[in-house]
Write a protein of this length. Structure first.
Length: 408
């Protein structure tokens, strides 16, 4: 057996660890604004809602650019494209660290958003080169878990750094770690490429597939539900749950740990079938999530319940991720094999459309109704996700027949 094949038999080999670490850096850069939102607002002399709008802006740029960048990246050598985009990501974070005003910070966040989704999509395409088929859903779950690990470790550490040394040093930390990651990428990632032979526009026929459309909508609604309140997690903990200022970082660590569990357990849920089937199994989870999200309003009167509820909501946050990624990749493999890079980007695209929608709605609700109404607003989105996954169910039997014939 070749040395590379032996390495692939071990799931946590160096290339896999580097790809998970890349997701960690992307997650830390994207989510750190949530942890240090009050610090940035005070430092740049703008309101917390104005800084919160950076979350929406990031997602509004990220969502449409991700499929375009992923489809385009499929036509160039993978490793060189990957490394170039990480370099752009580093430049954006350097600008964040040295932003002299809110306008510069906006430009920097746009630059990071332009490349982040494509970086996740390219990472997904390494799966057959760095691991085996039996670890496929585990690989997907762990790449997504890099974002959760950022919530558990990166964002709280960044928050502590911001509170101790100033918010700019949180971005300096991201920059140092990104340079280390670039060195490791050069050392361990495979250089082979699978350049697509179909044109740029024909790849987008994938979007006409009804299964893809419903899968995208389910993730949009699920993410929007979460980000209605997650964008304002720090103010909720501070003003509704009454967590003392010095313990906010601890609260973020606990919430992040719940999110990490969510991502990893989501990988197990994604093993329950092929194609659309795993995502249809998320329907009862969306129902339970909606009830819990609506009950967030009780936090205003019972802070202890709110503290426990935030942990549980973190455990629901990413349960859909691996199941939806399996849907996109399997549907592309079945019916649109030239669109695999594009399919790999759809979860990031969908989730960030949801982030943009949810954080924008969260800003309106917070401004006009107050923090306590964020939960009920999120529950409405979850009911939409229930309806969407219900519409996917007729495809399950058809796909079971397809896979049965393949293995006959």
């Amino acid at each position: 057996m070749a040395k590379s094949d032996v390495a692939k038999e071990r799931f946590f080999n160096l290339p896999v660890i580097v790809l998970i670490s890349l997701s960690f850096m992307l997650g830390m850069s994207e989510f750190i604004v949530v942890g240090i939102l009050p610090d940035i607002a005070a430092g740049l002399k703008v309101s917390e809602v104005t800084v919160g709008n950076l979350v929406s802006l990031f997602a509004f740029v990220y969502a449409p650019v991700t499929p375009l960048g992923s489809a385009l990246s499929a036509r160039f050598p993978r490793f060189a494209t990957h490394l170039t985009l990480v370099g752009v990501f580093l430049i954006g974070n350097v600008l964040c660290a040295f932003a002299s005003n809110y306008g510069v910070l906006v430009v920097a966040r746009i630059l990071i958003a332009l490349v982040s989704g494509t970086l996740v999509a390219i990472a997904m395409t390494y799966a057959p080169d760095v691991t085996t088929e039996q670890y496929r859903t585990k690989f997907i779950a762990w790449v997504f878990s890099g974002f959760s690990i950022a919530s558990v470790v990166g964002v709280p550490v960044g928050t502590w750094v911001a509170n101790t040394f100033g918010w700019r040093w949180a971005f300096h930390l991201v920059n140092v770690l990104t340079v280390v990651l670039i060195v490791l990428m050069v050392m361990v990632l495979p250089r082979n490429s699978r350049i697509v032979k179909i044109g740029f526009l024909p790849q987008f026929r994938l979007f006409f597939d009804r299964r893809i459309q419903l899968g995208v909508l389910a993730v949009v609604f699920g993410a929007a539900a979460t980000y209605v309140f997650y964008t304002y997690l720090t103010p909720i903990m501070r003003d509704e749950v009454h967590v003392p200022e010095q313990y906010l970082s601890v609260g973020l660590v606990i919430f992040g740990a719940a999110c990490l569990w969510s991502n990893l357990y989501g990988g197990k849920l994604a093993d329950r079938g092929r194609g659309v089937e795993p995502l249809t199994h998320i329907r009862p989870i969306y129902c339970a999530h909606a009830v819990l999200m609506a009950s967030l309003i009780v936090t205003h009167w019972v802070p202890v319940y709110g503290a426990l509820l935030l942990v549980v909501l973190g455990m629901f946050m990413y349960l859909q991720n691996s199941a939806s990624q399996v849907l996109y990749m399997d549907v592309a493999s079945q019916s649109h094999p030239g669109s695999l890079n594009l399919a790999a980007s759809l979860n990031s695209m969908s989730f960030n459309i949801g982030i943009a929608l949810g954080s924008a709605v969260g800003g309106l609700v917070n401004t006009h109704l107050g923090l306590m109404w964020l939960g009920p607003a999120g529950a409405i989105f979850l009911l939409c996700a229930v309806g969407t996954t219900t519409l996917l169910r007729p495809f399950v039997a058809r796909e079971r027949d397809f896979y049965a014939k393949q293995h006959a």
